[in-house]
Design a protein around this ligand. Structure first.
Ligand code: UDP
Length: 246
């Protein structure tokens, strides 16, 4: 156990674009959930609490509240352009998050996988680690910087690169279930499962590429509900919150 009394001293939190919006994605499915500043206000309160615990925290933000490449391409956009739009959407979310965190006194840096130095630093691994050591919350934006990937994959990649001890996947449900709990009342909650079990049973922990990368590198994943007050801090304290996959 790390010296700070927590279960982990460095963690990576993946926040989906949905966590930035109250409305679901627009009828087109392309995006359209938009950004709800009241939601970000609550989210950043949680993050501030975690920061005060002294944990080194990296964040990877999604962009699905604004645009998703696959959906946009199904509606006629070129896939690669649509994916770049998706990556830019994550930068928009990152800047909103940064602004609110800084207003609450949390020191942050946004690092982008696509260079845009007027507004954020380019992602450089050693620099990211240095920021974390200096207790700055690092927001990784722009996904992996490559089309055809997802921010889940970016989250695993960054977690491995910064040597995070855990990847926390923030969702709107309590964890992994045997079926979709919103559609199936018989769905059973799974507090813990192995990578192999998740794979064999096809439980949707994260997208297949990202999951494979976690499994291969034995990076534990905690899937939890970010809407429960204090949940992020409790995961980091080692409490049994959500589902742990290891
Ligand atoms: N994206 C991409 N490469 C990446 C990460 C993201 O092309 O490395 C694009 C992709 O189009 C994706 C969009 O950005 O649909 C938004 O990211 P994602 O869907 O992962 O966001 P989330 O579901 O977490 O909100």
């Amino acid at each position: 156990m790390p010296a700070n009394g927590l279960a982990y001293s460095r963690a990576l939190l993946k926040i989906s674009g949905e966590a930035f919006a109250t409305r679901p994605a627009g009828a087109s499915g392309v995006g359209g959930g938009g950004i709800d500043f009241a939601v970000i206000d609550r989210l950043t309160d949680e993050l501030k609490q975690v920061h005060q615990l002294g944990i080194q925290l990296g964040l990877v933000v999604g962009g699905g509240n604004l645009i998703r490449g696959t959906t946009a391409s199904q509606q006629g956009m070129d896939r690669v352009s649509a994916d770049y739009m998706g990556m830019l959407a994550t930068v928009i979310n990152a800047l909103a998050l940064q602004d609110m965190l800084e207003k609450k006194g949390v020191d942050t840096r946004v690092m982008t996988a696509i260079r845009m130095e007027e507004l954020a630093e380019p992602y450089i691994r050693r620099r990211a680690v240095r920021h974390l050591e200096k207790r700055r919350m690092v927001i990784f934006a722009g996904g992996t910087g490559n089309p055809y990937f997802s921010t889940d994959t970016a989250a695993v990649l960054r977690a491995l690169e910064i040597e995070a001890q855990v990847l926390m996947k923030a969702t709107n449900v309590d964890g992994v279930y045997t079926a979709d709990p919103k559609k199936n009342p018989d769905a059973k909650f799974l507090p813990e499962l192995s990578f192999q079990d998740a794979l064999v049973n096809g439980y949707a922990v994260m997208d297949a590429n990202a999951f494979g990368l976690c499994k291969e590198n034995r990076l534990p994943i905690v899937v939890f509900n970010i809407n429960q007050p204090g949940a992020t801090a409790r995961v980091l304290a080692g409490e049994r919150v959500g589902t742990i996959v290891r």
